[in-house]
Design a binder for this molecule. Structure first.
Ligand SMILES: Cc1cc2nc3c(=O)[nH]c(=O)nc-3n(C[C@H](O)[C@H](O)[C@H](O)COP(=O)(O)OP(=O)(O)OC[C@H]3O[C@@H](n4cnc5c(N)ncnc54)[C@H](O)[C@@H]3O)c2cc1C
Ligand code: SF4
Ligand code: SF4
Length: 558
């Protein structure tokens, strides 16, 4: 290589180096610049986080102010939820009242007369049901369930599933022609009558139901179940070629088998849970042979038999006859640790006294015995009512029966018990046994727990924040519990809690703004163990799995 060539090459290489060297120097500079920019940009945020952590550590958490959405959600439209909704709506705020059944009124709608005054349940309840149905500020959503809750006090986002009734609520006049025409007219047990009466595949639970709208039972309507009723198929209906008997009978054309479940989104400031109770399953006590002997019935069945609007028109007929001897048994399921219901259900002593009185009044010469552990007549006028019932010649004997069996060759029953006052065993013949079955948290409780992170008390009813000072508040600000959702209680106490929940909710709604203190996680310093690591891993994966579904909980951000 000549000297010139060497010079040229080194020049080229120098040039290359210059370009690349210059390039690499520029990249580093750019990277450094970018890092500085990111650091500069994140510096205030990082400092903010450090400050927030420091303040949280010192207990100086900043409150934030939230505008309260001036609407409320009430879940459950029994007597409690109805009074809560009316209390809020009468004060001028919109209420969304969500009820899982096709009608409102809850268990009170099933009752005949009410203790201790013996006034008729429907006479108290029906005007209130009408008030709820007609109130311009109550958005009544029956046959619906809350499926999602997120957000916090003042601003909860709620999703409600409105189940398909297959009947247009705006068109149905409640005339009942469809149920008369249904191919399965009066074929299925009516749940409202505790299975003692029958209904069609399209039905209304009871004539005074609110809303006065019929519902197609998807389990028993052949069109919904199989897409075919008799010879008519869903395709025939869609093509306008044929109609089912119920559709033929429906003047306003309210029946629509193409109806689908709908999700409705709501935005509310406060939530009241009034999901009530269901009765303990009497089959858990096999010694009483409920379901096996038709003359062993529950208190709710007695209510339907005794009710003038019930399946027998108010006549108490057992096996087609009026009973001559009746035995009432208290504390069925309640105060029973083995069954998991150690608490007193509070209403059974009194409703059995009421049933005994009603039977005595309706059935001439019937001999009535009430078997009890203790009689708890705690409310206003209750002790006096208990005295009145005893004065009518109704016998109270202490001690619950160990067994009920059917007398061979007869439909009469024999109740074997021990009188714990006298210390003697005895047997009583009866043609009617009424079980004073206790109350348990309603079937709807589980569904609420899936959408709201509420706590339960040991009895599995929703836990109040403080049993004395905060009986309707919960751990989640802006979420209240009332009535039998909180624990077993009678109608007066349920109404009081419904009204109390309304006024507690109104405090938030009327203030318009709420100051929320973010929740602070408190950490306990402990050395790590294998099990605590496993627990942490489980928690993290469950949080990851729950994702952003919100489940509400609310009440305050972390
Ligand atoms: C046999 C018997 C006789 C009785 N007699 C008397 C009496 O004479 N006097 C008296 O004072 N008390 C009596 N009681 C007690 C009375 O029934 C209750 O005090 C009252 O019904 C409680 O009302 P509630 O609204 O809290 O609950 P409920 O009546 O149970 O109403 C709760 C409502 O919430 C709905 N719901 C449940 N879960 C959900 C959900 N997830 N989403 C939407 N809706 C839901 C239910 O469908 C229901 O409509 C009697 C009880 C029994 C069992
Ligand atoms: S489609 Fe048939 S089964 Fe269903 S409600 Fe109408 S008549 Fe009854
Ligand atoms: S016939 Fe029609 S309007 Fe009458 S109750 Fe049935 S669905 Fe309603």
């Amino acid at each position: 290589m000549s000297g010139d060539e060497i010079e040229e090459k080194s020049e080229l290489e120098a040039g290359k180096e210059g370009v690349s060297g210059g390039g690499s120097g520029g990249e580093e500079e750019a990277k450094q610049h970018a890092e500085e920019t990111i650091e500069d940009a994140t510096k205030p945020k990082m400092q903010g986080i450090r400050d927030a952590v420091e303040r949280a550590y010192l207990g100086e958490v900043e409150e934030k102010e939230i505008e309260v959405v001036p609407e409320a959600l009430v879940v459950g439209a029994g007597i409690t939820g109805m009074y809560a909704a009316l209390g809020i709506a009468d004060a001028g705020f919109k209420v969304h009242l969500v009820e899982r059944k096709p009608f409102i009124g809850g268990h009170m709608a099933q009752l005949d007369k009410t203790f201790p005054t013996l006034d008729c349940s429907a006479c108290i309840l029906t005007p209130r049901m009408v008030d709820v149905g007609r109130h311009p500020l109550i958005n009544l959503m029956t046959y619906s369930e809350v499926v999602e809750v997120s957000g916090e006090v003042g601003n909860f986002k709620v999703k409600v599933r409105r189940k398909a009734r297959y009947v247009d609520e705006n068109k149905c006049t409640g005339c009942g022609m469809c149920a008369e025409a249904c191919r399965f007219k009066n074929k299925w047990p009516n749940e409202f009558d505790e299975g003692l009466g029958k209904r069609s595949s399209i039905y209304i639970a009871f004539p005074q139901a609110v809303p006065a709208v019929y519902t197609v039972d998807p389990e028993h309507c052949m069109m919904v179940k199989r897409g075919k009723c008799g010879k008519v198929t869903i395709d025939d209906i869609r093509a306008g070629k044929a109609k089912t008997p119920c559709m033929e009978a429906c003047g306003p054309g309210a029946i629509n088998f193409d109806m689908k479940d709908e999700i409705v989104e709501l935005n509310v400031g406060v939530i009241i849970i009034a999901t009530g109770y269901d009765i303990i399953d009497p089959r858990l006590l096999p010694e009483y042979h409920y379901e096996e002997y038709p003359n062993v019935i529950t208190g709710l069945e007695f209510e339907r038999l005794s009710s003038a609007s019930g399946p027998t028109g108010g006549k108490i007929m057992i096996n087609g006859k009026e009973p001559k001897d009746a035995v009432f048994i208290s504390c069925v399921g309640s105060r029973n640790k083995q069954l998991g219901y150690p608490y007193c259900s509070r209403v059974c002593c009194m409703y059995l006294a009421k049933h005994a009185h009603l039977l005595h009044e309706k059935t001439h010469g019937v001999k009535i015995t009430i078997l009890y552990q203790d009689v708890r007549a705690f409310g206003k006028g209750y002790e006096e009512f208990y005295d009145r019932v005893q004065s009518e010649g109704i016998t109270y004997r202490r001690g619950l029966p160990g067994e009920i069996y059917q007398k061979p060759g007869s439909d009469r029953l024999v109740v074997r018990a021990e009188d714990t006052m006298l210390g003697e065993t005895y047997e009583l013949e009866a043609d009617l046994v009424v079980l004073g079955v206790g109350l348990r948290p309603s079937d709807g409780t589980k569904q609420i727990l899936e959408v709201l992170n509420l706590k339960l008390s040991p009895d599995k009813f929703f836990a109040e924040k403080h049993p004395k000072a905060m009986p309707i508040e919960t751990e989640i600000p802006g979420v209240f519990i009332a009535g039998c959702a909180q624990g077993p209680k009678d109608i007066p106490d349920s109404v009081q809690q419904g009204k109390a929940a309304a006024s507690a909710a109104l405090v938030y709604l009327a203030k318009k703004k709420v100051r929320v203190k973010p929740r602070v996680v408190e950490m306990e310093e402990k050395p790590l163990t294998a099990s605590s690591l496993q627990f942490a891993a489980k928690e993290i994966s469950s949080v990851a799995a729950s994702g952003s579904s919100g489940s509400g909980s609310g009440g305050g951000s972390s």
